[in-house]
Design a protein around this ligand. Structure first.
Ligand code: VGL
Ligand code: ZN
Length: 204
């Protein structure tokens, strides 16, 4: 069975949001178009406590974009975003949330970030997504969302590593692109890991 995985389609990653991804809202329509084609739709939600360690505000003397060590892994410091229960953490109002079967929340531990919808960045804890998908009989995943170079990338790399067959909808993703080309490099890494990259029109 093939399942659709929507990564972090939340207000703070949309234009005007705290961690805005350029043109991020363009992927909401791609998600809505795909949902009716899947019997199982899972959506991840970045869901941080207000003092999360990935926030520059939690590290006096540090600034946005600095890279620090958090839980033994390199951590980019971000603006406060996707704070639990805050409007920025909500799904985009245009997303057809009625089509979502299961929401997976991540990044809840203040001491470690979680780009992947499967594992925390230090890989000690998992979100339960893999077990849920296995129990549901999902062997193949179709993935889209925000952002290409962070949460989509790490989610796809983990999904490939866990043995899922993974297809990425390229026009259903947008990148932060802190450095020019990060999004394209992320797609190349996903392809190297075994993911199939297609556009919405190419999906069979
Ligand atoms: C994300 C940076 C920080 C993402 C989440 O969803 O790609 N990026 N938190
Ligand atoms: Zn985050």
């Amino acid at each position: 069975m093939r399942s659709l995985l929507l990564v972090d389609l939340q207000n703070d990653f949309m234009p005007g949001g705290a961690l805005a991804v350029a043109d991020g809202d363009a992927v909401v329509g791609v998600a809505n178009a795909l949902m009716p084609r899947f019997s199982l739709v899972v959506a991840s939600q970045d869901w941080h406590p207000a003092d999360h360690g990935s926030f520059a505000s939690a590290h006096p003397g540090r600034k946005l974009g600095d890279v620090i060590d958090l839980a033994g892994v390199e951590q980019v410091l971000w603006p406060d975003h996707c704070v639990q229960e805050a409007p920025g953490a909500s799904f985009h109002s245009g997303l057809d949330v009625a089509g979502i079967d299961r929401v997976v929340r991540k990044g809840t531990d203040p001491a470690v970030d979680s780009y992947s919808a499967f594992f925390d960045n230090d890989r000690r804890r998992d979100t339960g997504l893999a077990a849920f998908l296995e129990k549901s009989g999902a062997e193949e995943l179709v993935v889209l969302g925000l952002a290409t170079d962070y949460c989509v990338k790490y989610t796809v790399l983990d999904a490939c590593g866990l043995g899922f067959g993974v297809t990425v909808i390229t026009d259903g993703c947008r990148a932060v692109d802190l450095a020019h080309g990060d999004g394209d490099r992320a797609f190349a890494e996903m392809r190297s890991a075994g993911a199939r990259l297609v556009t919405l029109d190419e999906l069979d």
